[in-house]
Design a protein around this ligand. Structure first.
Ligand code: TXA
Ligand code: MG
Length: 345
């Protein structure tokens, strides 16, 4: 850890959606070494000039992020890949053709221009081209690649709305740009192209099935849905740390709607459920979408975890989605938010 996140030390500039200069102002601030929260299609990101070690260090301080957890570098176009990466394999361009711009991050060999603080000391760099026009326009206005992790305090659920960002980050960052709510709702898929076959490190907005269609074989890192043992070497440092935790204690529960409902009623517990479960539940609940509508579940996921805090829920039982399509990304976030506590009914 870099120590506790800085609290209330910065005079945070709020750049509103109807301010026609917001993109340019954010670009100028980033160029000048400031840290600014920007909207993307996945989650809001806390951005800084990814080539400026001092600016990047400020991201780690604001979030209280462990220093060995590398940041994703955001560029405005696939044409800029070779600015930050070298020995780029053909598979990168194959993926780019189908999914970039979009919610996909590829891990490649790093060029020296990317400072160690950005890559967490690794000799690889994670790169993404967001599909959000606003995000790409801010990168263009800044004129530099932007390092940007999710704009939450480390360990907390990621922000998918301007309101979420304001709650956690006012006073810790130089600026927050207001955008629309994030339309994907979970972070980008991270795939390493340094491994052979390519390795899925984090499921996200592009599904494993979509990746396999384009690449053929894709290995899934065991850390995607399993708890890593202390001695295991991690392919992605982010896997080591606690993630997506609201104040409530979370349990992930799998089983049919009827069994889930009966379990909740017996426990008299707070449920986070699918629409199909509602007829079976007698007590309090939040619903996060239909059972197989993984895209809607993803859009609602982090807002729902943060709502548990607003409602001062102490313990919540969340009905687990199937691990298929975007359901794998939702499951990956939930199993972490539950600290891998799973109840099979
Ligand atoms: O959708 C997203 O990816 C969002 C938006 C803001 O773009 N960003 C985001 O960043 O989720 P962050 O820092 O919260 O998550 C980045 C993940 C971490 O798990 C990190 O360990 C992994 O990517 N990562 C970054 N660079 C890596 C590298 N060189 N090798 C392996 N994993 C890497
Ligand atoms: Mg994050």
């Amino acid at each position: 850890m870099v120590g506790k996140p800085a609290v209330g030390q910065k005079d945070t500039k709020i750049l509103l959606l109807d301010d026609s200069d917001a993109v340019l102002t954010a670009g100028e601030m980033l160029k000048a070494g400031k840290i600014v929260i920007i909207p993307t299609e996945t989650v809001y990101g806390l951005a800084a000039n990814g080539l400026d070690p001092q600016a990047v260090k400020e991201i780690f301080t604001a979030k209280g992020r462990p220093q060995d957890n590398p940041l994703i570098v955001h560029i405005a176009s696939v044409n800029e890949l070779d600015m930050v990466a070298k020995n780029i394999p053909e598979s990168a361009y194959v993926l780019a053709k189908s999914f970039m711009p979009g919610p996909l991050t590829i891990v490649l060999e790093k060029k020296d221009i990317v400072p160690n603080v950005t890559s967490g000391g690794l000799d690889t760099v994670a790169v993404r081209v967001p599909s959000s026009d606003m995000a790409r326009n801010i990168i263009k206005a800044a004129g530099v690649p932007l390092a940007a992790p999710s704009a939450n305090i480390s360990g907390r659920p990621s922000p998918t709305s301007f309101e979420h960002c304001k709650q956690d980050m006012i006073g810790r960052v130089d600026g927050i740009v207001q955008g629309e709510n994030c339309c994907v709702g979970v972070e980008s898929t991270v795939i390493s192209l340094v491994s052979n076959p390519p390795k899925l490190l984090r499921p996200g907005g592009v599904t494993l099935e979509q990746l396999c269609e384009v690449l053929g074989e894709v290995e899934v890192d065991s850390g995607v849905v399993n708890k890593l043992s202390a001695e295991q070497i991690v392919a992605s440092p982010g896997m080591k740390y606690q993630h997506y935790c609201p104040s409530a204690e979370i349990f992930l529960v799998s089983g049919s709607s009827q069994k889930f409902g009966e379990f909740l009623n017996e426990k008299n517990g707070f449920g986070v459920c699918f629409t199909e479960d509602i007829p079976y539940i007698c007590g309090e609940y939040l619903c996060y979408g239909h059972m197989e509508d993984y895209k809607t579940q993803a859009v609602n996921l982090f807002d729902m975890l943060l709502k548990l805090d607003d409602l001062a829920v102490k313990t919540a039982y969340i009905h687990a989605p199937k691990q298929e399509g975007m359901g794998l990304a939702v499951y990956n976030r939930l199993v972490r938010s539950a600290g891998f506590k799973i109840i099979e009914l």
